[in-house]
Design a protein around this ligand. Structure first.
Ligand SMILES: [Ca+2]
Ligand SMILES: [Ca+2]
Ligand SMILES: [Ca+2]
Ligand SMILES: [Ca+2]
Length: 191
């Protein structure tokens, strides 16, 4: 009997570890979801109104089905500049490029410059925040607003742009904790 309860206890602990390791995913999309197909002569500011939790585990930026339609043209700058911004105005802002190159130089934190490296093929692209960038995200998002500055300098098409954050779920521990205590109690009683 003791052995059986020992096994149950071990399974219970494994279950709890598994649940703690899980995280809730918070996903955000701009409107329109493709940011007007990322026009060459435009830049975009996409603000997100969300208080970034201090215990955020990871974050990533994704663009599904992206392709540079002028990948064959050596005259064209094959670049999509992406910055993390602290306090953008709410909503989506679509502006016209005022300078050559990255419109967001000196603003917020430069995350990455996407370049199309697979010719005419489409791809689902994902950029994972580094630990330093995750810290900046916590700092920028602590007041409930942060965002992205996106400047396509080539004719990119895409299907969907999104930002996703993974946050550990403490509720699961609260739910499974009493169950484990119950098992321990049951075991003691039987002995
Ligand atoms: Ca491509
Ligand atoms: Ca530009
Ligand atoms: Ca902010
Ligand atoms: Ca542009």
């Amino acid at each position: 009997m003791r052995k059986v309860f020992g096994i149950i206890l071990v399974v219970g602990v494994l279950l709890i570890n598994n649940v703690i390791a899980q995280a809730a995913l918070y996903s955000f999309e701009p409107t329109p979801v493709d940011l007007y197909e990322l026009q060459h002569g435009d830049f975009y500011v996409w603000s997100i109104e969300w208080t970034v939790p201090k215990n955020i585990q990871s974050a990533y930026f994704t663009i599904d089905g992206i392709n540079n339609n002028r990948w064959w043209d050596p005259q064209d700058d094959n670049s999509l500049y992406i910055h993390l911004l602290d306090n953008p105005l709410p909503g989506i802002y679509r502006g016209r490029d005022t300078t050559l190159g990255n419109e967001f130089i000196g603003q917020g934190t430069w995350l990455v410059t996407y370049k199309d490296t697979n010719g005419g093929s489409y791809e689902n692209w994902r950029y994972n925040f580094t630990p330093d960038e995750l810290d900046m995200l916590k700092q920028y998002g602590s007041d409930g607003i942060f965002g992205f500055g996106i400047d396509p300098d080539c004719q990119f098409t895409n299907k969907r742009i999104a930002f996703t954050a993974a946050v550990p779920e403490p509720m699961s521990i609260l739910l499974f904790g009493p169950a484990l205590l119950g098992l321990v109690g049951l075991r003691r009683k039987k002995l």
